[in-house]
Write a protein that binds this ligand. Structure first.
Ligand code: NAD
Length: 477
């Protein structure tokens, strides 16, 4: 049921030249379920040569033809969604229905960017003299090194590849070694749909070895990374040293301001669903819930009541809403965050413990009255840990929202248009969602400010980052 995952280089699935493999663990059971090929320098050199060759072919493929191939990829992803979701659930632990939704959303993203192929318009600038044409022409930047994480591996790697291909670039993708099979199936759809050999390549191995080799290499012209801020800064620094463009989608610690004029139970329920989906392992999950005094106690009581209803279990068991954490590092992190917060004076409103001793399960956890000095108030929890604190005045809430160097997503709930507009204007975030959880649609920008990253992973902004703007001025001879 779980495949032995290979590298995809120059249109061929194959093992690493060294034959080395990395084991893959099911986080629900801690059992080894398979393995993934571990690329060495020899494999990376072949991938680079393939990407160089693939770029020369793909950039000359018309936008119309590129779009046709991408639409076929979307069809294949839809046809294969059940089996991809099964692999994703096995290797990541997420519930099967969520895994299927991730896959279908990836298909939608590929289809949307197929449409963008033909809309990469340049412009004509009026000239100062007769007979002169001044054009701005968009051209693909070149081969891209794209690094995807383990929390939403299908969606992130699928989007990075389709944006690059839509722009006319070739790609060497490296997806997370913990969740390789679902990402490999996404790449397979690109290959099967007719993307020319070399235009898409997939490698796995030691992340730092791969990024340190690919990013400085002259073939690579652009870097796209989704992951932690710490690693993102290292990769951006390396890219900067070698004058490569970057798109960086990094960590967040999303504030969620709950004003006292809302339907308390409805919002508590919504925040339960959005916080604990994907076991809280999402860069835009609401984490710092800042609740206005008047409704604080009532909100906390409802939030806890809803969190207690969250069904935790193996992603393959029907009805599980929240699976295990995806790897033991997150389990250790949750245990450390909670112990530290309690030591600083926080109250465990619900949860706060590992579930069982097999599988990386952790209780849906809400901490209240969490001091700003607690680690979890400053570092991204990236797990099923919500932090609830109170505020009185509007300015206090904004100050807390903007306190951290992160600036990815921010949320607010209020019936007052005046407050909503003021939050949208004053909060330092790449995305602000008010009165609903309306982020992560392919047609809208997705990205952060400050330490949360550079650029966008979706919307028209995403594709522009994969294109050079060439100025051509031509006088009649
Ligand atoms: P990590 O920082 O070691 O790795 C994060 C991701 O980057 C992983 O996918 C990993 O394979 C990759 N990576 C790590 N070092 C790399 C390198 N030198 N070159 C290229 N890729 C590299 O931490 P982790 O334990 O895997 O994840 C924990 C943290 O990562 C979380 O706290 C969260 O902040 C962040 N994260 C963010 C996202 C996101 O969607 N923005 C996704 C996954 C993880």
């Amino acid at each position: 049921m779980y495949p032995e995952v290979q590298l995809f280089i120059d249109g061929t699935w194959r093992p690493a030249r060294s034959g080395k493999r990395i084991p893959v663990i099911n986080p629900s059971t801690e059992e080894e379920i398979g393995s993934v090929a571990h690329a060495g320098i020899e494999d990376l050199d072949e991938a680079l040569a393939a990407a160089d060759k693939g770029f020369k072919i793909w950039r000359k493929t018309s936008a119309y033809e590129r779009a046709k191939v991408l639409r076929k990829v979307a069809d294949l992803l839809r046809q294969r969604a059940d089996s991809i979701a099964m692999m994703l659930s096995l290797e990541n632990g997420k519930p099967l229905d969520l895994a299927k939704m991730d896959t279908l959303q990836t298909a939608d993203a590929v289809e949307w960017f197929a449409g963008e192929c033909s809309r990469a318009y340049g412009r004509v600038i009026p000239a100062r003299a007769d007979g002169i044409y001044q054009l701005v022409v968009k051209e693909p930047v070149g081969p891209v090194a794209a690094f995807g994480p383990w929390n939403v591996p299908v969606n992130t790697i699928g989007k990075k590849i389709c944006v690059a291909l839509a722009a006319g670039c070739s790609v060497i993708a490296k997806s997370a070694e913990e969740t390789p099979a679902s990402a490999a199936e996404v790449v397979r759809a690109f290959g099967d749909a007719g993307v020319p050999a070399g235009a898409v390549n997939l490698v796995f191995g030691i992340p730092s070895q791969i990024s340190e080799y690919l990013i400085p290499h002259p073939v690579i012209r652009k870097v796209s990374f989704t992951g932690s801020t710490v690693v993102g800064k290292q990769l951006a620094a390396l890219a900067g040293k070698h004058m490569k463009r970057v798109t960086m989608e990094l960590g967040g610690h999303s504030p969620c301001i709950v004003f006292d004029d809302i339907d308390v139970d409805a919002i508590a329920k919504m925040l339960t669903l959005t916080k604990f989906r994907n076991t809280g392992q999402g860069c835009i999950t609401p984490t710092r819930v800042i609740v206005q005094d008047k409704i604080y106690d009532q909100f906390l009581e409802r939030y806890v009541a809803h969190a207690k209803q969250v069904k935790v279990g193996d992603g393959l068991v029907p009805g599980s809403f929240m699976g295990p954490l995806a790897n033991p590092r997150r389990l250790t992190a949750m245990e450390g965050f909670v112990a530290d917060a309690v030591q600083h004076g926080a109250t465990i409103a619900t949860g706060g413990k590992r579930i069982g001793n097999k599988g990386y399960y952790y209780e849906p956890t809400i901490l209240s009255n969490v001091p700003k000095t607690a680690r979890c108030m400053n570092e991204e929890p990236f797990g099923p840990l919500a932090l609830v604190n109170r505020f009185t005045e509007f300015e206090e809430a904004i100050e807390e929202a903007n306190r951290l160097p992160y600036g990815l997503a921010a949320y607010a709930y209020t019936r007052s248009n005046k407050r909503a507009t003021a939050v949208a204007a004053q909060v330092e975030a790449g995305m602000v969602s008010i009165n609903h959880h309306g982020l992560a649609l392919v047609e809208t920008p997705f990205g952060g400010v400050k330490d949360s990253g550079i650029g966008s992973e979706s919307g028209i902004e995403a594709m522009d980052a994969y294109m050079n703007h060439k100025f051509v001025t031509q006088a009649s001879a």
